[in-house]
Structures are given as C-alpha cells and as structure tokens.
Design a protein around this ligand. Structure first.
Ligand code: 5GP
Length: 205
C-alpha cells in the first residue's frame, strides 16, 4: 500500500475571508487539489463551469442525490450545493490532499458519516476558519454589504449560526492577519500528511 492523502474539510462563516485565505494557501501549496462542488446557483461573472463549480439544473442535482453520488449535500441560501464522492476518494487514495470548501451543514454530514465509517474517519480532517471576534465579523459583514438593514441582519444571524459550530471541528484557524492564518493553514495541512495511518503501511517491514 502507498501513502494516502487527506480530505480536508474547511468551513467558516460568511465574511471571515475564507476565499482570500484559500487563494493564499493555494499559492503556498500548489500541490493541493480542490473538490469542485455541484451547485444549482447560476455562475457569477468570472466563474467557469467545472472549474469553480459544476453548475447543474435542479433535475440534474436530484439525479445525483438519488444515485447516491454525493458525499454530502445541503441547501445554502435557497440553493443546493453538494460534494461528489468522485471528486474526493480517487485522489485521496492516490496520496493527493483534497480540500473541500463547504458549509457547516455539509461538514456535519461528513462528520456523522465518518463516525460510523472508520475508513472515512481515517482520511478526514475538519478545519474551521474563525474571525478574531464576533464584533470584527459583524463589522466586516456590514462593511461589505450594500444591502438593506434587513438583509444585513439575516446575514449576521447566518454567520453567528455558522460560528456556533466551531467546536465540532478538529482545528481552529483565526483569520486576523492573512499571512499568519495562511501559514497556520499550510502548517496544519502539512502535518496531516505525517499521520501514521496515511503512510505506506509496508514501510520498514
Ligand atoms: P458561494 O455560492 O458563495 O460560492 O458559496 C456559498 C456557500 O456554499 C459557502 O459557504 C460555501 O462554503 C458553501 N459550499 C460550496 N460548495 C459546497 C458543497 O459542496 N457543499 C456544501 N455543503 N456547501 C458548499
């Protein structure tokens, strides 16, 4: 048997700066691969099908649900999002680390499945990106919003709800200084590779 990779499940509330942080870690660790999620939301300007997401109709998404193709799937902001098993396990079994940038609902589904499946448990690591404080997150969310007060309040409530899940994750990285947070994430991801069950089990025999 060869080395196995890690399925890195990464979540954090809206406004925490996860996308910028992930982009910084990607530059530091070009060998990392990312799971491309399925979504029923329309592409935004600059997004490419099969690169940023697999953009699907509701019908196509449901067909994947019925076929059992998803490792997890959830409704976020009235749209559906899901991770295909095929995005993760092939690569992990070939020793490649795959990052899943997904919301807390999806992460909790994987955590529950892993609790009943030792093989899944062995490859997963759960990492939460947090703000320096709730106040900072609120300021960031208000600062970027051109929305109505009602929409801002909805967004804040959503972020608080997501934030309440942080202890369910194995690791917490605080995004205060971007460079420090990116270095912390990269250090974590590298340490995941050193776990003994992920090494070639024939080593030294
Ligand atoms: P956006 O539409 O802005 O790209 O993403 C909205 C939210 O959906 C983010 O919190 C993102 O992490 C989450 N998300 C993206 N892909 C998936 C997925 O495959 N599964 C789940 N559960 N959440 C996802």
């Amino acid at each position: 048997m060869k080395k196995t990779g890690t399925a890195i499940i990464l979540s954090g509330p809206s406004g925490v700066g996860k996308s910028t942080l992930v982009a910084a870690v990607r530059r530091m660790m070009p060998e990392l691969e990312f799971s491309v999620s399925c979504t029923t939301r329309p592409p935004r300007t600059g997004e490419t099908d099969h690169v940023h997401y697999h953009f699907l109709s509701d019908e196509a998404f449901l067909r994947h649900v019925e076929a059992g193709d998803f490792l997890e799937h959830a409704g976020v902001f009235a749209r559906r999002y899901g991770t295909l098993r095929s995005e993760v396990f092939d690569r992990v079994s070939r020793g490649i680390d795959v990052v899943l940038d997904i919301d807390v609902q999806g992460a909790m589904q994987i955590k529950e499945a892993a609790a009943k499946d030792p093989a899944l448990q062995a490859v997963c690591e759960f990492v939460f990106i947090g703000p320096p404080s709730v106040e900072v997150l609120e300021t960031r969310l208000r600062g970027r919003a051109t929305d109505s007060e009602e929409q801002i309040l909805l967004r804040l409530a959503g972020a608080r709800r997501e934030l309440s899940y942080w202890k369910q994750y194995g690791y917490l990285v605080i995004n205060d200084d971007l460079d420090v947070a990116a270095a912390d994430l990269a250090a974590l991801f590298r340490s995941f590779r050193l776990k003994t069950p992920r090494q070639d089990q024939e080593l030294f025999s």
